[in-house]
Design a protein around this ligand. Structure first.
Ligand code: NDP
Length: 240
């Protein structure tokens, strides 16, 4: 059997598309999200669905260890779970900053620390962290989100360097705007309306979650000696 793939945030958007991509390719999966009923609804074979919040280190680690008892060590961890709560720094509720930094940054670091030691021991493994174009360039009303995604870009590259000698790959993927549930959690109606207006006027929207899933699959399937360190991927019509 192929090795175990773990995908966080698999109940929607990119995570859901990647779950299908890797399942169809025959990988056993551990799918993690808070809405576990959605994961169970996929009806995938060789798949464990775990209800866990990535900020809950114990629950996250237990889900991984339980899956490893059945399918063996994790060879690919995709740290995809994330939230985007847009707002400007002057007015945004600091609780939203905290939620984003907890999930988008500490959730990723939790995942990495859970799998790193075993990957080093085996001298094999891949970690894919979801950053964003907002992790290398600024966008209006994205201050806290950019802070979280710049953090993911930075910590991914540092850990890539730290794990290089042990043949463990760390990749970061930086998507542009893709239509998923992501924007729906932003609380400002004005910011959401401006964003939708930008999508409409630019014509951004052709790119799909499945395109991101195929790209991650391609990067993972390259030989272990090849590390595609960073992928920036966006709709052709996205000019920002
Ligand atoms: P979605 O909102 O569609 O999906 C987010 C997923 O994350 C859901 O499955 C959600 O599941 C999960 N999630 C959120 N919080 C937690 C948590 N605390 N613990 C566990 N799971 C959690 O967003 P996308 O698919 O668009 O986004 C996926 C990643 O890609 C994110 O990191 C996002 O920042 C990044 N990204 C997205 C872009 C886009 O335009 N779509 C652009 C650039 C980057 P549940 O609620 O069930 O827990």
């Amino acid at each position: 059997m192929k090795p175990l793939v773990v995908i966080t945030g698999a109940s929607s958007g990119f995570g859901k598309a990647m779950a299908k991509e890797f399942h169809d390719a025959g990988y056993p999966l551990l799918l993690i999200a808070r809405r576990v009923e959605i994961l169970e609804g996929y009806g995938f074979s060789n798949t464990i669905c775990a209800k866990a919040d990535v900020t809950d280190r114990q629950a996250f680690e237990k889900a991984v260890r339980d899956a490893e008892k059945i399918y063996g060590p994790v060879d690919l961890l995709i740290n995809n779970a994330g939230v985007m709560l847009l707002g400007n720094l002057e007015n945004q509720d600091p609780e939203e900053w905290k939620r984003m930094l907890d999930i988008n940054v500490l959730g990723v670091m939790n995942g990495m620390q859970i799998v790193i030691s075993e990957m080093k021991k085996r001298q094999h493994g891949t970690i894919v962290n979801f950053s964003s174009l907002a992790g290398v360039k600024p966008f209006v009303n994205h201050a806290a989100y950019c802070a979280s995604k710049y953090a993911v870009s930075g910590l991914s590259e540092v850990s890539r360097m730290e794990l290089a000698a042990d043949n463990v790959r760390v990749m970061r993927i930086l998507p542009g705007a893709v239509n998923t549930e992501l924007l729906s959690h932003t609380t400002s109606d004005k910011i959401k309306a401006d964003y939708y207006n930008w999508l409409e006027t630019t014509g951004v929207g052709g790119i799909k979650a499945e395109d991101i899933a195929k790209t991650v699959y391609f990067a993972y399937e390259m030989p272990q000696c090849v590390n595609i360190r960073e992928i920036q991927i966006a709709d052709t019509r996205q000019d920002a």
